[in-house]
Design a protein around this ligand. Structure first.
Ligand code: HDL
Ligand code: ZN
Length: 416
């Protein structure tokens, strides 16, 4: 019997190889296929003006918020680069992410030469760069966030385009649920005979709207982000539209409904996209939904660290609840480790470990690099525990398990 040290080293290198080589299904991003033109963001300036870095950079810079927003993207990027990379070590997770991307692309950030970096990015075409980034990131398929309410995106769907099967669609419906009175007027403009009140005829027209866009987009799931004060049941437009239109629609089409819970929009509106915050959600409402609608499938991620354990325990009670990802403010190494370790210990492999939430194409390189590093660490501990109890997992079994965590369980959940 080889000594324990050798066996542990062999186990660790096996897990590292499997995690690094298992292709990922990235189930939630804000990326777009090249056919969407300028909606697909990529390159060093977009990386630097990512709203995570804007929030961090404007804590250090003295420029007034409004003045910052009047600058060009490259001028904004220069300020972020100076404040977070030159005058201080880029030690935060979002800053580290930029360095990981540059390093994996084979670029030398030590030169600290932004113009030279820009030249390198400018040589790429969007299509070739999509191939390159997905190859480096090990992402096989990714899900976009597709909104009929987005003034730039809607015309692209109405004109039609050649789909890229690597980019799957998710129908995002926040304005329908969180801004009903204004959205009702838009639905009427688009030919849906809805009234301001949530009546039976209105619900039927909302279902027709959902049907039209699900078909047009070939949407694989519906998605909404909801604030901490969302409640179900409740005499609110959101609760009534979910019960009377969204969930029946999802049942008719066999689609999951993705709930992203706990975002406080515009905590500081002067930061624009960077101004959203977090609040603890009432997961009793989620429990009520899972219990009341056993035929519906709920994909759920929560923004508050304090909600994570309760979500995992709820998932033990409801097999129509599939937790996914370490979302946004929890997408930092020590929380990814915390949450993933807890989910494995409570749920085994019946959840989706991560989604990138990437807004800039190149980010999938770092978001998946950093998550894979943590996953290797957690899985090594868990498989070492199995070995210590006499259960020796084979390489094939570990490959099967890691595929589950990186999109396999999600595809199984969607198909069931
Ligand atoms: O609502 C969402 O999908 C969030 O992910 C927001 O887009 C947020 O701005 C974000 O990008 N978080 O990572
Ligand atoms: Zn998102």
């Amino acid at each position: 019997m080889p000594n324990t040290g050798f066996r542990q080293a062999a186990l660790h290198s096996l897990i590292e190889r499997v995690v690094k080589n298992t292709p990922v299904i990235d189930i939630h991003t804000h990326l777009y296929a090249p056919a969407f033109g300028n909606l697909l963001l990529w390159g060093i300036d977009e990386l630097l003006v990512y709203h995570y870095l804007v929030a961090e950079g404007l804590r250090c810079a003295t420029i007034p918020y409004d003045r910052f927003w009047q600058l060009s993207k490259s001028e904004q990027a220069e300020i972020i680069w100076k404040e977070l990379f030159q005058e201080r070590s880029p030690i935060s997770e979002a800053c580290r992410g930029v360095l990981t991307v540059l390093h994996r692309l084979g670029l030398d950030a030590k030169e600290r030469d932004l113009p030279a970096l820009r030249d390198w990015f400018n040589q790429w075409s969007p299509g070739a760069y999509v191939d390159h980034c997905m190859e480096l990131a090990g992402v096989r398929t990714l899900y976009m966030t597709n909104s009929p309410f987005d003034e730039e995106e809607r015309p692209i769907w109405e004109a039609g385009f050649e789909p890229d099967e690597r980019f799957r669609t998710a129908l995002r419906i926040d304005p329908l649920l969180t801004d009903w009175p204004k959205t009702a007027l838009r639905l009427i403009d688009w030919g849906y005979n809805v009234g301001e009140g949530i009546s039976a005829p209105t619900l039927s027209e909302v279902r027709r709207f959902l049907r039209d866009w699900t078909t047009r987009m070939n949407a694989r799931y519906l998605m909404v982000s909801l604030p901490p004060d969302f409640r179900y049941p409740a005499h609110t437009e959101a609760a009534e539209l979910i019960e009377g239109a969204v969930l029946p629609h999802c049942r008719d089409h066999g689609l999951p409904f993705a709930l992203m819970l706990g975002v406080k929009r515009a905590v500081n509106p002067r930061l624009r996209l960077a101004g959203d915050g977090v609040g603890r959600s009432d997961l009793q409402s989620l429990q009520n939904l899972c219990a009341a609608f056993p035929e519906n499938k709920f994909l759920v991620t929560v923004l508050s660290r304090e909600n994570q354990h309760e979500l995992a325990v709820l998932a033990r009670k409801f097999r129509n609840l599939h937790p996914f990802g370490c979302w946004w403010f929890t997408n930092i190494p020590h929380l990814i480790e915390d949450i993933t370790r807890m989910r494995i210990e409570l749920l085994g492999l019946s959840f989706t470990a991560q989604h990138s939430d990437a807004r800039v194409l190149d980010q999938i390189i770092y978001k998946w690099d950093h998550t894979r590093q943590v996953l290797i660490k957690v899985l090594y501990d868990k498989y070492a525990d199995l070995v210590a109890s006499g259960w020796e997992p084979t390489a094939t079994e570990i490959e099967r398990d890691v595929h589950e965590l990186l999109g396999g369980a999600f595809e199984r959940f969607c198909a069931c």
